[in-house]
Design a protein around this ligand. Structure first.
Ligand SMILES: NC(=O)c1ccc[n+]([C@@H]2O[C@H](COP(=O)([O-])OP(=O)(O)OC[C@H]3O[C@@H](n4cnc5c(N)ncnc54)[C@H](O)[C@@H]3O)[C@@H](O)[C@H]2O)c1
Length: 436
């Protein structure tokens, strides 16, 4: 089966690159994946995934024979014509996207390259144009990635849409990329390169705007005695609005939204346009995490010397990614108030420990909660909903929960003896009726 399919090259084997490599192998392609980190290449060559992503390790092992991991660019260039660039584009101090890794990849391509450069990394609109100016004749296709960590494999295999941006002269390259995605069945949208780049940034900025919008609604709900869960449910039934990304909480994090929203704001600013709305989106998100401190103080008074347990440290469940996780800001704010912070995460504890060196890491949720004056639910891992909250109440110094994701069942917690604080509701939670 693999014999007829065109080999695929992947450059940069992180969250996007590894999922891309493994999924194309699953579709029957021979894949050559190159990273500059030797230890990563070694682990992957041994069938061990370097990230926590549901379903990925099994898929990697199933397709191990079709994937070659290497640090050697020449192996990749020799064996694959279609090259997906999946290197990181982190923010610089100025807030713009750092394109140095993308440039390094372009520089490694030979001058007379017959390869097709397919940009999956998220880059500012105009990046493709500038690469094409520097490297005339190099076929260039923008193919932004829309997967979500935690459901990355499913998202890749069942895309809502695949955007393929190519300019005049690159039609054949664009068709080759479209051909790779056809078996997946999602809608394939052909655009020019700049529009494809802009679709990615605009999509992330819009989703972040939805989150900040519902968080502001939540904050008003707290003032006027409404419940944001009910409000979001009522809004989401309107098909023009849609129900997704209307979940109030302590804000967005991760490797994409914070950087991409900032990068779009800066991209606009660099052209002289002031993107006012995104300023508000960013500021609301920053302040939202900090509101947890006020909620704790409402119950505990000064946090000096209080022991606060953070449940969940990853930026979202089903990933061990700690980039821009809300837990980082929260831990620092709580420690700034003199609190003693203990954290627990089912999979991100290792990565978290490197970033939160003054936070005590617990081996289990119960260990973290033992003797704590309050718990803050930061990441909605399923296991937290399944805790025996009556036992937790007995173990804590004070049974107080701030549910930063509106994830737990307030009635169950109140029934177990907790003081419960969610996001976006000022209503007192009634204790469940008892039968005796
Ligand atoms: N993580 C996501 O959920 C997601 C979703 C959509 C788009 N994106 C975008 O995709 C890109 C990659 O994101 P990620 O989260 O996978 O990043 P990552 O940091 O997890 O992975 C990037 C990889 O590229 C490697 N690398 C850097 N320079 C290299 C080079 N010259 N040659 C080969 N490898 C090199 C790094 O060692 C690393 O393994 C970013 O632009 C990001 O914005 C990410």
């Amino acid at each position: 089966m693999s014999g007829q399919r065109e080999p695929v090259g992947v450059i940069g084997v992180g969250w996007v690159g590894l999922v891309t490599a493994v999924c194309f192998a699953e579709l029957g392609h021979e894949v050559v994946a190159r990273d500059i980190l030797a230890e990563k290449v070694e682990a992957l060559s041994g069938g061990e995934t370097t990230i926590h992503e549901p379903g990925l390790e099994e898929m990697l092992r199933r397709n191990a024979e079709r994937i070659t991991f290497t640090t050697d660019m020449s192996v990749l260039l020799e064996r694959a014509r279609l090259l997906f660039v999946c290197v990181d584009t982190p923010p610089t101090y100025s807030g713009d996207a750092d394109l140095s890794r993308v440039r390094a990849v372009v520089e490694e391509l030979p001058a007379d390259s017959e390869h097709v450069l397919i940009m999956k990394s998220t880059v500012p609109a105009g990046t493709g144009d500038s690469i094409r100016r520097d490297r005339p004749g190099l076929p260039y296709v923008s193919c932004p990635e829309f997967l979500k960590e935690g459901t990355a494999v499913t998202d890749f295999m069942h895309p809502d849409r695949v955007v393929i941006g190519a300019d005049a002269g690159d039609d054949r390259a664009a068709e080759a990329v479209a051909g790779l995605y056809e078996p997946l069945g999602g809608e394939i949208l052909r655009t020019d390169v700049s529009s494809a780049e802009m679709i990615k940034l605009a999509s992330n900025a819009f989703l972040a705007t939805k989150i900040s919008f519902i968080n502001e609604i939540a904050n008003v709900c707290e003032e006027v005695g409404a419940d944001v869960g009910q409000v979001a449910a009522g809004m989401g039934l309107d098909q023009r609005i849609g129900a997704s990304f209307l979940r109030a909480g302590i804000g967005y994090g991760g490797s994409c939204f914070p950087k991409d929203v900032k990068a779009l704001k800066m991209l606009a600013g660099n052209t002289g346009y002031h993107f006012q709305l995104l300023n508000a989106v960013i500021e609301v998100n920053e302040l939202q995490k900090r509101r947890v401190v006020g909620k704790l103080e409402k119950h505990l008074g000064s946090l000096l010397g209080k022991r606060i347990a953070l449940l969940g440290l990853a930026f979202k469940p089903d990933t061990d990614d700690m980039r821009e996780a809300s837990s980082l800001v929260l831990a620092a704010r709580l420690q700034g108030e003199g609190a003693e912070v203990v954290g627990y995460d089912p999979v991100a504890a290792g990565r978290a420990a490197e970033l939160l060196d003054s936070v005590e890491m617990a081996d289990s949720a119960l260990d973290a909660l033992e003797g704590a004056d309050a718990a803050v639910l930061v990441t909605e891992w399923r296991e937290f909903a399944e805790l025996d909250w009556s036992e937790v109440a007995a173990r804590m110094a004070r049974p107080l929960v701030v549910d930063g994701r509106n994830f737990l069942d307030p009635a169950q917690l109140v029934g177990a003896g907790f003081e419960y604080e969610g996001i976006g509701t000022s209503q007192d939670v009634p204790a469940p009726a008892t039968t005796d």
